[in-house]
Unconditional design. Structure first.
Length: 135
């Protein structure tokens, strides 16, 4: 099994997990917490590291690609200096990401009310950048 295949397998295990602002473990993830956990699982970042979406972008900006593919990270925000969201590509048209919540989503009850979970979604067109941390 390749590192990308393993990362995708790990990402699937978190689908349905509650969104939690600042969350970085299976009790609740925010967008960057989920992606960090996936990347840690295959050794692409150190076990004790912690990154925001913007920090992940800057860490891997040298690995930008023009088209999504399995293993890529897709970033959204106002522009490259204002990255606010990241998701993990499971193929060339879908991502797994923690979404639907925000800074008020700090409990399972809030996540349920806001429909905030780790979800599989088609890639939205208005992304800022795509990077491939496996290259």
């Amino acid at each position: 099994m390749t590192k990308i295949e393993l990362a995708i397998k790990v990402a699937w295990t978190f689908v349905g997990t509650f969104y939690r602002w600042g969350g970085d473990d299976p009790s609740g993830f925010d967008c960057s917490g989920l992606v960090v956990e996936i990347l840690k699982s295959v050794g692409l970042i150190p076990r004790k590291s912690d990154y925001t979406a913007k920090m992940l972008y800057y860490k891997f900006v040298g690995s930008r690609v023009s088209d999504p593919e399995a293993g890529c990270l897709v970033f959204w925000g106002k522009d490259e200096q204002h990255i606010t969201h990241v998701e993990f590509c499971i193929n060339d048209w879908q991502t797994i990401g923690a979404s639907g919540g925000g800074s008020s989503t700090t409990s399972e009850e809030a996540a349920i009310k806001q429909n905030a979970y780790v979800k599989v979604r088609p890639i939205r067109e208005n992304y800022i950048a795509i990077v491939n941390p496996f290259k």
